[in-house]
Design a protein around this ligand. Structure first.
Ligand code: ZN
Length: 443
C-alpha cells in the first residue's frame, strides 16, 4: 500500500490542480452535448487529453459489429456522425495492473428552460455547488477522471499500468457508446465510472428497455364518434395494463438480491405521448414512449416479450385492463433505445477492496454501497467484458431535473480517491527530473 507521505503528495497535487479542474468542468457544462450533438464537447475532451501527451483514438461508433451485439440498443440517430474519444497511457515497462476510467459526454434534455432558475449552461459555482445540465451527470466525473490521472504526473509519479481514459456517447439512451469502446478492444483489469452516486459505490442496478407502443384507431368525423375508435382513449387502457405489469414485477423484489430493500425498484416511465392529427377527427393513432426497468438476470428480450404480451392482451380486451374495452384494437411495440440487462458488482473483488481504502483516505469515513434503479454503462464492462466496474462518484441533486447541481467538495474528494486508486492499482514510479520537466513542458 502506498505510504502516508505519497498519499499526501497525491492529495496535494489534486488540490493544486483543482481550480483548473473546475474551469475545465465549467467549460464542458457550457458546451451542451445533447444526443447526436456531442462533437464540440468531444473536441474539448480530445484537446485536454492531447495536452496530457497521450495518444488519442477518436472514431465514429457506427459498425455492423455493434448492431449485431446482443447488448446493442436499436438507435434512431446517425452513428456515422457521433464519435467516442479514448486516450491511452502506456508505461515504458508495463508491470502494473491496467485500468479504464470511463465517463459519458452525452446529457439529457434540459426541458423547458423557463422552469430553470438560471441558464442550464452557465455552470455557475455558488455556495459550494456547480450548476448546469450535465454538471453532475456526469461532466464533473468525466473531468475528475482526467485530473485524477494528471495529478500523478504533477506529483512527479508515473503509473506502471496501462490506462484508458474514455469519453463515450449514448449512455443516456442506449449504452451503445461504451459498448462500441469494448468492441474496439479496450479492456482492463478494472473500470471506474464516476457517475453521480452520492460518494458511494453501486452494488447492483437494473437493466433498461426503451420502446415505442403504437396504438391504432379508426378515424371518423366526431359527429359519428361512436362509429370510430379513439386511439388516444385506447392508449389509456395500454397504460393501465403496463401499470399492472409494473406492480407484478415490483411484488417480486424479494426474489432479487440487493433489490429487496428498495420501495419500488421497477419503474415504467411513460416518457412521451403523441397522437391524433387535430381536434375534429377521432384519432387514428397514438404513440407512447416507454422506459421499462428489469432486474439483473432477466434479458432485454424477455422484458420486451413480457411488454408485448401485456399490451396485446389489453388490445385484445382479454387483460383485466381491457375488459371494459368496446373493441379490440391493433398495437405494435417497437424497441428504439436501451436494450440492456442489469448487473451486480459481486463483492470481494480486489478493485472494491482498494476503493474502500482510497475512499477512507480521501473522505475519512467508510465506503458504502447501494442498489440503484437506473441504467449504468457498468453493465457493458461487467456483463460483456467480465471486468469489475466501480460506479462511484460525487454528490449531486436534480439530475435529469431543473437546476441540476454537483457538490464541489465531493468532486474534490472523489478526485483524490480516484487518483490514489490509480497510484495503488497500477503502481507508480518516480519520474526522473529531466523527463518530468519535458512532460511538463509538453503539457
Ligand atoms: Zn450518467
Amino acid at each position: 500500500m502506498i505510504s502516508a507521505a505519497l498519499t499526501q503528495r497525491i492529495r496535494a497535487a489534486v488540490e493544486a490542480g483543482f481550480d483548473e479542474q473546475l474551469r475545465a468542468t465549467a467549460e464542458l457544462v457550457a458546451a451542451p452535448s445533447l444526443r447526436a450533438d456531442e462533437e464540440a464537447a468531444q473536441d474539448l475532451i480530445e484537446a485536454r487529453l492531447s495536452a496530457f501527451g497521450l495518444e488519442v483514438d477518436r472514431w465514429k461508433i457506427a459498425s455492423d459489429e455493434l448492431e449485431a451485439h446482443p447488448g446493442y440498443g436499436p438507435s434512431t440517430v446517425d452513428y456515422t456522425r457521433m464519435s467516442n474519444v479514448v486516450a491511452t497511457y502506456r508505461p515504458e515497462r508495463e508491470t502494473g495492473r491496467s485500468l479504464i476510467l470511463n465517463g459519458h459526454i452525452d446529457i439529457v434534455p434540459e426541458g423547458p428552460e423557463a422552469q430553470w432558475s438560471r441558464s442550464p449552461w452557465d455552470a455557475e459555482v455558488r455556495d459550494g455547488w456547480m450548476y448546469g445540465r450535465g454538471a453532475g451527470d456526469m461532466k464533473a466525473g468525466l473531468i475528475a477522471n482526467l485530473f485524477a490521472f494528471d495529478a500523478l504526473r504533477r506529483a512527479g509519479l508515473a503509473p506502471q499500468g496501462r490506462i484508458h481514459l474514455q469519453s463515450v456517447v449514448e449512455e443516456e439512451c442506449t449504452g451503445n457508446g461504451s459498448l462500441a469502446a469494448l468492441l474496439r478492444g479496450y479492456t482492463a483489469d478494472a473500470v471506474i465510472i464516476p457517475e453521480p452516486e452520492e460518494d458511494a459505490l453501486v452494488r447492483a442496478n437494473v437493466g433498461v428497455l426503451w420502446c415505442t407502443i403504437r396504438v391504432s384507431g379508426e378515424p371518423t368525423h366526431p359527429r359519428e364518434m361512436a362509429n370510430g375508435f379513439n386511439a388516444i382513449d385506447a392508449a389509456y387502457q395500454v397504460i393501465g395494463a403496463l401499470r399492472e405489469l409494473e406492480s407484478e414485477w415490483n411484488a417480486e423484489k424479494d426474489r432479487h438480491r440487493y433489490f429487496e430493500d428498495l420501495d419500488h425498484p421497477i419503474n415504467f416511465n411513460i416518457g412521451g405521448i403523441r397522437g391524433g392529427d387535430w381536434p375534429s377527427s377521432v384519432p387514428a393513432w397514438c404513440e407512447l414512449r416507454l422506459r421499462v426497468a428489469l432486474y439483473p438476470g432477466m434479458t432485454a428480450a424477455e422484458a420486451l416479450a413480457a411488454v408485448e404480451d401485456c399490451v396485446r392482451a389489453a388490445a385484445a380486451g382479454s387483460g383485466s385492463a381491457g375488459e371494459s374495452a368496446r373493441h379490440s384494437f391493433d398495437v405494435e411495440v417497437i424497441p428504439d433505445g436501451f436494450f440492456s440487462e442489469g448487473y451486480v458488482l459481486e463483492p470481494g473483488s480486489d478493485a472494491e477492496a482498494l476503493l474502500e481504502v482510497t475512499h477512507r483516505a480521501a473522505f475519512g469515513h467508510e465506503l458504502t454501497s447501494f442498489t440503484t434503479p437506473g441504467y449504468l454503462d457498468g453493465r457493458v464492462f461487467v456483463n460483456y467484458g467480465d471486468m469489475p466496474c466501480l460506479v462511484y462518484g460525487p454528490v449531486s441533486e436534480n439530475i435529469h431535473g431543473f437546476d441540476e447541481r454537483v457538490s464541489i467538495e465531493s468532486i474534490r474528494r472523489c478526485t483524490e480517491s480516484i487518483a490514489l486508486f490509480i497510484a495503488e492499482w497500477c503502481g507508480v514510479e518516480e519520474i526522473e527530473e529531466s523527463s518530468a520537466a519535458s512532460a511538463a513542458s509538453a503539457a
